[in-house]
Write a protein that binds this ligand. Structure first.
Ligand code: HEM
Ligand code: HEM
Length: 180
């Protein structure tokens, strides 16, 4: 069944769209930064601080975003096949969950490592747990896997957005675009 874009007159609010694109930009920055700092030996301290500060920003923005989303819901969809609706909802909620678990695991592992959590040089949160390097390594290993999972889901998500735009031409991407 072909679906007319006109059936998508409902787009996300300006606030929801702004949060989506800011978080998207942060996520698409933090992963390469994480990968680079993991690859180069003795990566500059600042790169780690940048990664951690981006992670704290994502955690704070996702908290605002989740509350807003639970209060306001998503704009109604008409005429979208149940399979696509389910696949979209599953990916979106998995991203929500991962965008909490990943920064939280990073921050906890970082504290057990005995390091402070910086925020762009403005302030830093001192560790409030006793240093435990074994536990830190254990949690960091999970943190990396979670980070890779965020990357994989983000790629799928972007692929799906392009599929909706170029192949199905069903107006789904426009729900998240400015001026929609
Ligand atoms: C959504 C948020 C985050 C994402 C997607 C993310 C992603 C990643 C990824 C993919 C790596 C692996 C790099 C590699 O070794 O190849 C990594 C490592 C790391 N992350 Fe994060 N991260 C996030 C938040 C945080 C936060 C909030 C902190 C600390 C406050 C943090 C601290 C670290 C540290 C210190 C490493 C290096 C660990 C090691 O080499 O053992 N991350 N992160
Ligand atoms: C070029 C990049 C991106 C495009 C084109 C894009 C596009 C979209 C679109 C069109 C929607 C709305 C889908 C619908 O109407 O049901 C959406 C929702 C969403 N996107 Fe993205 N996105 C991008 C990047 C990202 C990234 C990097 C993340 C995070 C890792 C992300 C996380 C989400 C989440 C969690 C939702 C669900 C929003 C909600 O219902 O509250 N997006 N995206």
């Amino acid at each position: 069944m072909s679906v007319a874009p006109e059936s998508y007159q409902h787009s996300y609010s300006g606030f929801a769209r702004s949060l989506h694109w800011i978080v998207a930009l942060l996520v698409l920055t933090i992963i390469p930064v994480g990968l680079v700092m993991g690859q180069i030996e003795n990566a500059p301290f600042n790169l780690y601080n940048f990664h951690k500060s981006l992670g704290v920003s994502i955690l704070v923005l996702m908290t605002v975003r989740l509350i807003y989303r639970l209060l306001h819901g998503a704009p109604p969809e008409t005429n979208i096949p149940a399979f696509y609706r389910f696949a979209g909802a599953a990916t979106h909620w998995a991203l929500y969950v991962l965008l909490f678990l990943t920064p939280i695991s990073g921050a906890i592992a970082n504290m057990y490592y005995g390091a402070a959590t910086p925020f762009f040089g403005l302030f830093e949160i001192q560790p409030f747990v006793e240093k435990n390097e074994d536990l830190s390594n254990f949690i960091f290993a999970r943190h990396k896997l979670l980070g890779f999972a965020v990357g994989a889901l983000a790629i799928m998500h972007i692929g799906a957005a392009l599929f909706h735009y170029f192949i199905r031409k069903d107006g789904v991407l426009q729900r998240m675009l400015p001026g929609a």
